[in-house]
Design a binder for this molecule. Structure first.
Ligand code: ATP
Ligand code: MN
Ligand code: MN
Length: 335
């Protein structure tokens, strides 16, 4: 009597920045449920739980085909007991009861609506919910004082919660490009964030601006913002001096969130890598750098804690090489 068994074993490295993750996802049913639980944890300020769910989802996203049984998951990294319970529920019953009940819960629904207001984070939403404010109308009737960001966010709620398409992003790119070259000829603008990774829609459009001559970028941000303002494109702006970063609305046919980042050319590769995402990919890169290489990575620099030196780089490829990682192109950073 012979017995044959075909054993399917997925092998996945444990850091998301060691893996190639395209937009093609063979396990969307599983990862959607885990992403919802991650989002709920984040909105409840349970960051650790949120990251655990995100890491589990990222492992499933990297698999080359759909998971059909729990045995296929043996040996995979980042799958904790809680995530495994969720996956088992879906494989056996077609849906996760926990994800479904979370989605239906009044608290989750209220957190989603309220944090959907630009300028409202989990803390503020939680406070409002405890005061009995569960929706936009209740918020408006409550007489809560809103800051300027939140007023703009409420006013343009529908626009800002509508996904930004690649076509929208292209129109915005042209406008920002015009602003940049008008105020500083020779300055260069690069599309970053999700659109650089090849996503077809996003919640905003992100741009990185630099100039090939070090120092010429100083003072560029306020000039770009003023230009956009003078042309009637700005609805709201918030500039953080330190990070040389500005968020703005854009008024043309609809309001769109735009993130602008200015970087000196010496830091350009680090800014490019740091702002291309995904968020989890960035988090994993920094974790890899710290835990596996004793280095500190930011969107400004890479520091070697052992040699006590900054490691220079003029391209993303060089940064991956410094970190001892295989280069992963933007389209495969969709963890
Ligand atoms: P979406 O398409 O929904 O906009 P995204 O991947 O572009 O998704 P963003 O929130 O726009 O996400 O952020 C783009 C990248 O910029 C992220 O991957 C993140 O690493 C980085 N980033 C965002 N906010 C900050 C911040 N405050 N400081 C440093 N980096 C940030
Ligand atoms: Mn973005
Ligand atoms: Mn952004």
């Amino acid at each position: 009597q012979t017995s044959e068994a075909e054993v399917v074993v997925f092998s996945v490295p444990s850091y998301a920045c060691q893996r190639r993750t395209t937009l093609e996802n063979h396990n969307a049913v599983l990862t959607d449920a885990l992403a919802l639980l991650a989002e709920n944890a984040e909105l409840s300020e349970e960051e650790g739980r949120g990251v655990a769910f995100r890491r589990a989802a990222a492992v499933l996203k990297a698999l080359p085909r759909p998971v059909t049984s729990m045995t296929e998951l043996r040996g995979l990294p980042c799958l904790g007991d809680h995530s495994l319970r969720v996956i088992k529920d879906i494989l056996e019953n077609g849906a996760s009861s926990e994800a479904e009940s979370t989605k239906q819960s009044e608290r989750y629904k209220a957190l989603k609506v309220l944090t959907g207001i630009f300028g409202v984070g989990a803390k503020t939403a939680d406070r409002w919910i405890r005061e009995g404010i569960l929706g936009l109308q209740q918020l408006q009737e409550s007489g809560q004082t809103l800051n300027r960001a939140q007023q703009a966010g409420l006013e343009h709620y529908d626009d800002l919660n509508q996904p930004v398409t690649k076509a929208d992003a292209d129109v915005i790119s042209e406008i920002v490009e015009r602003a940049v070259v008008s105020v500083l000829p020779g300055a260069q603008m690069t599309l970053i964030g999700g659109f650089r990774r090849g996503k077809l829609s996003g919640h905003d459009v992100d741009f990185l601006i630099t100039h090939p001559e070090e120092g010429r970028e100083v003072g560029l941000m306020p000039k770009v913002v003023s230009w956009l303002e003078s042309q009637g494109f700005l609805l709201y702006q918030k500039t953080t001096r330190n990070s040389e970063r500005s968020r703005s609305g854009h008024k043309l046919w609809r309001a769109v969130r735009v993130d602008l980042v200015v970087s000196p050319i010496s830091q350009f590769a680090f800014a490019l890598l740091g702002w291309t995402g995904s968020k989890l990919f960035e988090r994993e890169l920094r974790r890899w750098a710290g835990h596996e290489r004793n280095m500190s990575l930011s969107s400004h620099a890479l520091y070697d804690n052992k040699q006590r030196i900054y490691l220079r780089a003029t391209s993303e490829e060089e940064i991956f090489a410094h970190l001892g990682l295989e280069f992963i192109p933007p389209s495969e950073r969709n963890t």
